[in-house]
Design a protein around this ligand. Structure first.
Ligand code: GDP
Ligand code: IMO
Ligand code: MG
Length: 427
């Protein structure tokens, strides 16, 4: 199984890091293909907690080569801090590879991200403030700075000057902020050049050659299907394509090379930031899910909004990504509910919808139609086989599988690497 994609099937924070880590021992290369340090993946190895933001989770697997491909937007300061932080804890970071074509997040991108959000007021997106949207906007506007530019002083100066000419108009005239000087940015970028240089490579060539050599390559999505800029809850989305289709452009890999696409899905749903969320719970159950599930952002520390499992979303993710399987996480968190609702369809203006509605205006009116399942009132974190799960938990898992549109490959019953139940070999 040489090429595997692991991606989020809901609104992020499904436990992609854990699912990637579980596959770790089989993986030769672990690749990020989109997003930036808006991501936060928590992985617990032998009781020790690690968080990755820009590096793919595979960095924690000895022998696995971590690759940041062209589709990622890179804040060099954050990358080097992350590398240093992991190295200080004994993680081998010497093999990190960075695409020459990845775009750089600079301080003017983070500034614009924050002031734009402030300007939007109550209509804000609730971004992570990491400069992600403005950096992708520059990429599409063809005024971005790429990693390779850092090593050509003349070109870099020209590009920064061109970018700032536009930005300073915006910052000064619209947002009433001070203008940013070209020299400031050149100095900011220049200080990272020496350390970045040895990591830089043509990552598309590297990965295609690895696949030719029958190496196993795992593409780790950041964010998730419902945050995809094309297919998510636009405009309350991130600015990239976390979908499986994003791997093609984001890593320079042809679609025919992909063998397995795993959607990671929580046994309930969470969302950070603004935007519609039909199964959201604004009551005690929502608070209980947050507390028991420790649903606080890995990157920004914000409270995650919590709600019940939504099978309409799962089916949508299965379809958009061509999922070969799902990995269900955090089943253990539901251990203390008497009755667990699952959203099987939406009601929109009196009409039942089994699939995502076509328009966002409709989606804002979607009301969940629930089916109810008996709880199991037991701690299941010690279970290691499906048969060891209480009968009601088995019924819940099988029912979700039936309504979600792809087979379940495994179930998470705790944050640790070993706290998992594998239901079948990879498809
Ligand atoms: P990611 O961004 O998709 O990688 O997910 P995050 O790391 O942001 O959030 C998922 C959280 O759930 C992390 O704290 C994980 O350690 C934790 N987690 C993952 N799988 C499980 C599971 O099966 N059970 C429990 N209790 N926690 C889990
Ligand atoms: P991982 O990889 C959850 C959300 C933000 C905001 C929207 C746009 O850990 O699952 P951005 O900063 O990307 O422009 O913000 O997307 N968001 C995430 N939510 N998990 C993430 O990453 C997220 N990355 C961005 O909260 O609503
Ligand atoms: Mg996360």
């Amino acid at each position: 199984m040489p090429a595997i994609i692991v991606l989020g099937a809901q609104w992020g924070d499904e436990g992609k890091g854990k699912a990637t880590d579980l596959l770790g021992p089989q993986i030769d290369y672990c690749v990020r293909y989109q997003g930036g340090n808006n991501a936060g993946h928590t992985i617990v190895v032998n009781g020790e907690k690690f968080a990755t933001h820009l590096l793919p989770s595979g960095v924690l697997t000895p022998g696995c080569i971590p690759v940041i491909a062209n589709g990622v937007v890179v804040d060099a300061r954050v990358l080097l801090e992350e590398i240093d932080g992991l190295a200080a804890r004994g993680v081998d970071t010497s093999t990190v590879v960075l695409s020459a074509n990845a775009h750089l997040i600079t301080s003017y991108h983070t500034t614009i991200d924050k002031v734009t959000e402030r300007f939007l007021g109550k209509n804000n997106i609730g971004t992570t403030g990491r400069g992600i949207g403005p950096t992708y906007a520059d990429k599409i506007n063809r005024v971005g700075i790429r990693v390779a530019d850092v090593f050509d002083e003349k070109i870099l100066a020209q590009k920064v000057e061109a970018a700032l000419e536009q930005k300073n108009h915006l910052l000064v005239k619209v947002y009433n902020r001070r203008a940013i000087k070209v020299e400031e940015i050149l100095e900011e970028i220049g200080q990272y050049a020496e350390r970045l240089k040895p990591m830089v490579a043509d990552t598309s060539l590297l990965l295609n050659r690895a696949l030719d050599d029958h190496r196993t390559v795992l593409f780790e999505g950041a964010q998730a299907t419902m945050l995809d800029v094309d297919h998510g809850t636009y405009p309350f989305v991130t600015s990239s394509n976390p979908l499986a289709g994003g791997v093609g452009a984001g890593a320079g890999i042809g679609p025919t090379r992909i063998d397995r696409v795993i959607g990671v899905v929580k046994a309930y749903t969470t969302r950070v930031g603004s935007g519609p969320f039909p199964t959201e719970l604004l009551d005690d159950d929502g608070d209980r899910l947050r507390v028991i599930g420790a649903e606080y952002g890995t990157t920004t520390g914000r409270n995650r909004r919590c709600g019940w499992y939504d099978a309409v979303i799962a089916r949508y993710a299965a379809r958009l990504n061509g999922l070969t399987e799902f990995f269900l996480t955090k089943l253990d968190i539901l251990g203390s509910w008497e009755r667990i609702p699952v959203c099987v369809a939406y009601e929109i203006d009196g009409v039942r919808h089994e699939e995502m509605p076509m328009t966002q205006s409709d989606y804002h009116h979607a009301k969940p139609v629930y089916e109810f399942f008996e709880g199991w009132n037991t701690d299941i974190s010690k279970c290691r086989t499906f048969e060891e799960l209480p009968r009601n938990a088995q019924t819940y898992v099988r029912a979700l599988e039936e309504m979600s549109g792809a087979p379940f490959w495994g179930v998470g019953v705790g944050p640790g690497r070993e706290e998992s139940i594998v239901l079948r070999d990879g498809a």
